[in-house]
Each structure stands twice: as C-alpha cells, then as structure tokens.
Design a protein around this ligand. Structure first.
Ligand code: SF4
Ligand code: SF4
Length: 478
C-alpha cells in the first residue's frame, strides 16, 4: 500500500495565516483549514490516502477534503513516500543552453582608487586580481569601452533592454571615458532598436557639479558606497593619508540627491565588526541625508581579519535586519515607500517564484570587463586569468563559459541539496566563496544560518503583505 508523506517545504505563518514555501517550485502556498489539517496529520507519520482523509474527515466535508488533498499533491506539498531510506531530492544538472544572451556588462573603467578602505576586495589582502604590478592598465581606454558595448549588443540576443554598469576602483577617476561611451552606447542601441540603461557605483568623493549634470542628463542610476554617519564612514573609508571622507562626500551627495530626481539614488553599506549599527546607519542615510534606497552587505573577507563579521556579528546583523524589516512591513502596509532594499530585492524574487540553479547572473547574463578588455565572471573577477571568459576583441570563450556553468550548477553543491533556502541562495556569491574557501565552486556554508533566517523573515513579510496589502506586491508583477 503506498503511503503519502510531506513534500519539501518551509512552513511559516503571517497575519494569522499559515503558508508553505514550496521548495521544488519556489511558490508560496496559503493553507486553508482543511489543507492545514491534512498537513498536520502527516506531520508525525505517513498515511495511506484513505487513512489520511479518514483522520481529518470528521471536521470537514468529504468532497472539499478530497479536492484539497489533490491540490496539495499537485503542488507537491504532499506526495508518495518511497520505501526508506528516503532519496535525496534530485536536482537535475541542466546547464543553460549557450549562447545565453547577455543582459548586463559591467565595465571596470579603472582599477585605481583615491581611497584606501582597509576592507576593499580590490586592494586588501584578500584581493584576487593583482592591480599593482601593471598586468592590467590602470584605466580603460575609449576603444576598450566601446568594444565592451559592442560585445554586449552582439551577445544580447532578443533582449530588448541591456544594461551597462560602471565600476572601479573609483569609477569617477575615469569619468572622461565613461562620459564618451554613454552616448556611444545610446547610438548603438538606437541603431539596433534596443534600449540601454546605465548605472554607476561611486564613493562620491570626486563628484563635481558637472558630473552630476551629466548623470542627470543621461538618466544614469547611481549607487554611492557609504557606510553611514561620520564616525562609521570614517572608520574604514579614508583617503590614502588616513583622512576621513565623510565631510568631503556629504555636500556632493546632497547636491546629487537634490538634482537627480528621475531615479532613486541608492546607498550601499559594507557591514564589518566595527560598522554594524544598521538601524542608526539606515536612518542617517535616509532621514538625514535623503537616500531613497539603502542596501547592506556583510564585508567579503577571509575569517581572520579583524573587521570580519564573526558569528555574534552575524547574529546582531540578522536581529537588526529584522527590526528594520518590520519597519518596512508597516510602511508597506500603509502603502508608502521604505528604502530597505535588501527586503525589496528578496520580496521581488519570492513574488516571481525565482528558483536559481546559479546564485547570480555572473558568467551567464552578466559579465565584467577588466580595464584591459578581458571578460570575466563579474566585476570582482575582472582581470583574473583564472576566471577569464574571453575578451572584448575575441568575444566570449564559449568552451570556458560552458565549463564554468557545468562546474557551478547547484546540482554539484551537494551540501545545498536538502536546504529549503536553495531556490533563492543557490550557494551564494562566487567571490565570497573564493575568498573564504579558495574556490568559486564551494557553497558559502559559513552563512547558511543567517541566509535561512533572513529568507524566513522575508517570507513572513511577503505573507503579511499578501494578507494585509496585496496591492503592494503588484509592483513586482512586471
Ligand atoms: S549555501 Fe547554505 S543557505 Fe545557501 S543554499 Fe547552500 S546550504 Fe542553503
Ligand atoms: S559573483 Fe558575487 S559579486 Fe559577482 S555578481 Fe555574483 S553575487 Fe555579485
């Protein structure tokens, strides 16, 4: 006699309602009373279909119960149980067909920086690319920038919109090239009937009124790397002579925020063992400076560094994320904007049912170009021979790309196969893994607890919004 048991899901509650996050489909499923009763009946032991219905039947009409069980089977919340030992969930190693169309090209327009942040992945002891020995030029040339754009369009397939991101080093140290490649990319887009969007990440200390005018005129999204109020910003984000940067960037950022109104200007905060007052940082950046979006990321570093977030640091981070996420929820329920972008990004993925075979688009729809024109996984690997996927002159090395995709598929990360958070995490950032474990193939097992806790927090917010203000979630439909 075949028995029914529970499928693979993460159960959570929100707004008095019970939900399942269904791992194989990455869908959120609301349980009504009969469905909840059926799930509960299978919680302690597996049952035949008839015994399961009989166990729950006294409380619900037969027809409704049978229909509900069929629905639970269809979404795989309930399913037949194999004879023990139960098999591991199977993840089929289906690598995407290549050529996979490019969506985003990240141009490392320079590997030079006017700051000297101790934790910088480009200059710290954890750096991957040696930018000091002249293997890569210090600045990208006009020609390489144009070739990067040409490659993006050539490999963009049917994508109607492509994205060019400017990164560094400090991006604005190569503003001349940046300012010339933007109109070039627009011309190329128009000639192909496509649209191109731009964004730029900067430390803002070199921002001038003229540059702000350019960013406004060309509708370029801007993310400012900033760590919060003066004391926190100046802890690590310093000039080469050790001077803090807060007072230099503040008037520039204020002018940027005043004049650039067409797109939300974001702040990106790097959390360390010494810069971790998330609530204080968030409210300073939004309420006192005026950023519309603030995203936080723990510093990428090997564990021994004194600025690394230790276990208690991660615990504190999640606790403060939760307080800020609750604030997000109440603001969203009231139909207003809240700028905690970590929540927005995760809610969007949940809403869209994102289920990742790879943690991010690196090496797939997104690639980074080094100052010398090498194409790599993403901006953090640009210039690394080991992670090279071609060049702007020779194009994408399809063999290298396929080999990368085969090696990095979730199917090869056996540690992740029983993890309910894998549709959204899929092992985490390659750069983080390389820094921690010396290889991009390793899942980031040092942060599983906080990834799962954070995903649970976001699922609860999603559930609350689905019950209390479902209209808020429609912004993620497109
Ligand atoms: S790295 Fe950890 S949290 Fe992420 S999918 Fe793997 S096991 Fe889950
Ligand atoms: S590998 Fe890491 S840094 Fe690079 S795009 Fe992916 S998540 Fe971002």
């Amino acid at each position: 006699m075949s028995l029914l048991g529970l499928g693979e899901f993460h159960a959570f509650g929100a707004a008095g309602q019970r939900f399942l996050y269904l791992v194989p489909s990455a869908a959120v499923f609301a349980l009504d009373d009969p469905a909840a009763a059926l799930i509960d009946a299978l919680d302690t032991h597996n049952l035949s279909r008839d015994d399961l219905l009989a166990a729950v039947a006294p409380r619900f009409p037969d027809a409704a119960l049978d229909e509900t069980l069929t629905e639970l089977e269809q979404v795989r919340a309930v399913g037949p149980v194999a004879a023990p030992p139960a098999p591991m969930p199977t993840i089929i190693p289906m690598t995407p067909l290549t050529p996979f169309p490019l969506t985003t090209m990240v141009l490392n327009v320079t590997n030079q920086c006017n700051l000297s942040c101790a934790y910088c992945y480009e200059y710290s002891e954890d750096k991957i690319v040696d930018t000091t020995n002249g293997a890569q030029p210090k600045f990208m040339s006009d020609e390489t920038a144009r070739q990067s754009v040409d490659l993006l369009f050539r490999e963009s397939g049917d994508n109607a919109v492509v994205h060019v991101s400017f990164f560094g080093g400090e991006t604005l140290m190569n503003f001349p090239v940046l300012s010339r490649v933007v109109p070039y990319a627009r011309e190329q887009a128009a000639a192909r009937g496509k649209r191109v969007e731009f964004n730029l990440t900067t430390n803002a200390t070199l921002l001038t009124s003229e540059m702000i005018g350019f960013l406004v005129d060309h509708d370029i999204s801007v993310t400012v790397s900033i760590d919060g109020p003066r004391e926190m910003q100046n802890r690590f984000r310093v000039f080469h002579d050790g001077r803090g940067t807060y007072d230099v960037l503040l008037p520039r950022v204020r002018e940027l925020l005043r004049r650039h109104r067409s797109r939300p200007i974001g702040a990106r905060v790097t959390l360390t063992s010494q810069v971790n007052d998330i609530l204080g940082i968030y409210h300073h950046l939004t309420d006192e400076i005026g950023f519309q979006e603030v995203g936080f990321a723990p510093v990428t570093t090997s564990p021994g560094r004194d600025y690394a977030l230790g276990e208690s640091g991660f615990d504190q981070m999640v606790a403060e994320f939760k307080v800020l996420a609750d604030e997000f929820l109440e603001t969203a329920v009231a139909g207003r904007h809240h700028g905690f972008s970590n929540v927005t990004e995760t809610l969007e993925e949940i809403h869209k049912g994102v289920s990742k075979a790879y943690p991010c688009g690196a090496g797939l729809g997104l690639m980074g170009v080094s100052t010398g024109g090498d194409v790599a996984l993403c901006h953090r690997f640009a210039g690394s021979d080991e992670h090279k996927l071609g060049s702007v002159t020779d194009g994408i090395d399809r063999n290298a790309q396929v080999a990368f995709l085969e090696r990095h598929h979730l199917a090869n990360k056996t540690d992740c196969h029983t993890c309910w958070a894998r549709p959204l995490c899929s092992g985490g950032c390659y750069h983080e893994a390389h820094t921690r474990y010396g290889t991009t193939t390793h899942p980031n097992l040092h942060y599983c607890d906080w990834i799962r806790e954070w995903t649970d927090i976001c699922l609860r917010i999603y559930g609350e919004l689905a019950e209390r203000n479902p209209g808020f979630l429609t912004r993620f439909d497109s």
